[in-house]
Design a protein around this ligand. Sequence first.
Ligand SMILES: NC(=O)c1ccc[n+]([C@@H]2O[C@H](COP(=O)([O-])OP(=O)(O)OC[C@H]3O[C@@H](n4cnc5c(N)ncnc54)[C@H](O)[C@@H]3O)[C@@H](O)[C@H]2O)c1
Length: 415
Amino acid sequence: MSNNGRIIVLGGDGFCGWPTALHLSNAGYDVTIVDNLSRRKIDIELGAESLTPIATIDTRLDTWEEISGKRIDFRYFNIAEEYRNLVDLFAEIEPQAIIHFAEQRAAPYSMKTPSHKRYTVDNNINGTHNVLCAIVETGLDIHLVHLGTMGVYGYGTAGMAIPEGYLGVKVEVEGQEIPIDIPYPPHPGSIYHMTKTLDALLFYYYNKNDGLRITDLHQGVVWGTNTEETRLHPALINRFDYESDYGTVLNRFLMQAAIGHPLTVYGTGGQTRAFINIQDTVRCIKLAVENAPMRGERVKIFNQATETHRVRGLAELIAGLTGAEIRYYVDPRNESLENELVVRNDQFLALGLNPITLSEGLLTEVIEVAARYKDRARSAVIPPASSWRADIPLDKEGSSAPVAVEHVLQVAGGR
Ligand SMILES: NC(=O)c1ccc[n+]([C@@H]2O[C@H](COP(=O)([O-])OP(=O)(O)OC[C@H]3O[C@@H](n4cnc5c(N)ncnc54)[C@H](O)[C@@H]3O)[C@@H](O)[C@H]2O)c1
């Protein structure tokens, strides 16, 4: 199959999907975006738009065509509810690959209320299952590339480096030790993460039963905003989520520093997480598309992360760069206050990824972007607004107020 084939990007109007669609179009692929613009509607619900002024999808696509001479096609529908549209689209386009970003992706949003929990499960599980079922119905040999998360592994590792999807174990059979690979035990920390672990089981089944070729990318926390392509014109600018549900931690800190808000550290900030720059996200996805599993191969799993950092360390780094104050909040999540994290990412490195790691230059660029649009920010949506714990009801006035770090430890008890 041609390397410059047709690709469908599900969720191609989002933070990762939009720059990926541009990157693949720039590389010569014929791209079709499917999106129901649900993320833009959630902006309205949360009372916080992207910090960067993102253009409408039509303006984005027209601008890209003017600049590049390439047209990206757009279909507006809900992949979780409009199954027949998916089947018809796959049959019409016969894509080489489908890249699946189209899920509700914020852990705090998924924990807000019972209705947000149910929406996240309905949207993510039905959407993923519809995609798989539709590929089988068309009978086409399409490579599915899905965006999963490092959070499926949980953040306790018994001291070892987290492998890429499969854990090698030895089982004792009649006195003999037999080595086998098992899917790494899932350990979701939120309803959102739970949907990603269920997605993985759906992939396991459709790969085994129907021979679908699937790559699942266990992605770290994405930071940065622009890529080579989105920098080409203001109307191509990528979204920048800064409020407490969708904003990712490093981008939030950079934005808070830019507008003079204290950096919002949850708990002691001892949580260690895996990170990747948005430019590397789009590069990794292209590498995954171009290195598809063979027919009959098990689900290919990559850890799409380039480095790990402790949240407290990031806050201190940014405070040092900008003079920002660090402010502690009672951690609204059910998570260990301190954890170590070592992650293997040998497969992308072997495919030639040269990772962008945290550098002052890139951090400063994000701060500059945030500073340029700081008048669009609403301070009210910066402190934590969703809670995992009934004893920290953040919807009551004042309960998300900053506290002394000693109090954080006292509330956390043995966590
Ligand atoms: N952003 C991160 O830091 C990060 C980290 C790890 C994994 N991921 C994964 O990457 C993927 C993309 O994340 P993102 O940050 O771009 O999220 P996003 O919310 O910005 O983008 C998702 C897009 O999918 C669309 N969408 C959602 N449900 C849909 C449906 N049922 N039908 C059609 N369109 C639908 C939304 O409108 C949105 O444009 C997600 O699956 C997420 O879990 C993201």
